[in-house]
Design a protein around this ligand. Structure first.
Ligand code: NAD
Length: 293
């Protein structure tokens, strides 16, 4: 059984980006710049944003963080996005989700200039993805493709089952796996909360992607011998014996499922690290598209 180690695959992506940034700097050009907006102080969001900033530093990128209060008016957030849209020194913009209830996530996503939408959530970028046109691939599905590429996982003609149909993970993942691309060409079944016979469908999967947000939901009796399992889930589960008072759990019961798999991603240390790698690659792409001419 092969552990699809996100540290190894992400390090290889970051090494390549760092050498690209070095070359830009040597040529007297600026480094790519990722700007993040964080609303409120949700613990998990703080951790994700801090990690994104740290990874920017590791690849020589410039990063900046706009912090807004939990109670910020939607109009103020939209104005902050507009300012970044109009800043020629900013290549990529991300607004860390989730947002407080009084703010429309859809409005926020649509306010980001699609040319700087390095999370790949804007409807025009999703539309391009569906049509197989060059675009920003949403960071988590992109990270999974990079992971599959790094570990040379063959996907062509395989049956991929994706659990979860969110706009940011499950749905774009299902589209990409079915697309005519290097890590695609699968026959895809997309499952969700209304799917009947989920266990039987999962048992048919050569590649199983779990993105439902239910800790340890996927058990060995749902997994075919020799399957490739990609665990996207990240849930903080309270555990008083843990130093931070919680542990991160994936959507797959790793210890019992791993022995059945040909390859599996761990949580933590799997897809999460690749999501950041996807985001950084998108930021370099935005730079190349918008500034490097
Ligand atoms: P979401 O809540 O938006 O969507 C969950 C999906 O799962 C829904 O489409 C729902 O229909 C489906 N679902 C729920 N219960 C189900 C069930 N019992 N059977 C079948 N389908 C079911 O979640 P999301 O934003 O896609 O995130 C999913 C998980 O991935 C979460 O744990 C999240 O924290 C994690 N996540 C991880 C990364 C990463 O970088 N690793 C990035 C984004 C999200």
């Amino acid at each position: 059984m092969l552990v699809l180690d996100g540290k190894i695959a992400a390090a290889s992506v970051k090494e390549d980006l760092l050498s690209q940034t070095d070359a830009l700097l040597k040529a007297g050009k600026p480094a790519p710049h990722l700007a993040a907006i964080l609303v409120g102080n949700n613990g998990a969001s703080e951790t994700y944003v801090a990690s994104k900033v740290k990874n920017c530093e590791e690849t020589g990128f410039q990063s900046s963080l706009v912090r807004l209060d939990e109670n910020v008016e939607e109009a103020v957030l939209l104005a902050a996005i507009e300012k970044l849209n109009n800043d020629p020194g900013v290549d990529g913009i991300l607004v860390q989700l989730p947002l407080p209830k009084h703010i429309s996530e859809q409005k926020v996503i649509e306010a980001i200039n699609p040319a700087k939408d390095v999370d790949g959530f804007h409807p025009s970028n999703i539309g391009k993805l569906v049509q197989g046109l060059p675009t920003f691939i949403p960071a988590t599905p992109y990270g999974i493709l990079l992971m599959l590429e790094h570990f040379k996982i063959d996907t062509k003609g395989k049956h991929a089952v994706v659990i979860g149909r969110s706009n940011i993970v499950g749905r774009p993942m299902s589209i990409l796996l079915s697309s005519n691309i290097a890590q695609g060409n699968c026959t895809v079944t997309l499952c969700h909360s209304h799917t009947h016979n989920l266990k039987e469908i999962c048992l048919q999967a050569d590649i199983l992607v779990a993105a439902l947000g239910k800790p340890e939901f996927v058990l060995p009796e749902m997994v075919k011998e020799g399957a490739v399992v990609v665990d996207v889930g990240i849930t903080r589960v309270t555990d008083p014996t843990a130093k931070k008072g919680f542990r991160i759990k994936g959507d797959v019961q790793y210890h019992s499922v791993a022995p059945k798999c040909s390859a599996i991603t761990p949580v933590p240390g799997g897809v999460g690290l690749m999501t950041i790698a996807g985001l950084l690659k998108n930021t370099m792409l935005a730079y190349r598209n918008n500034r490097d001419n």
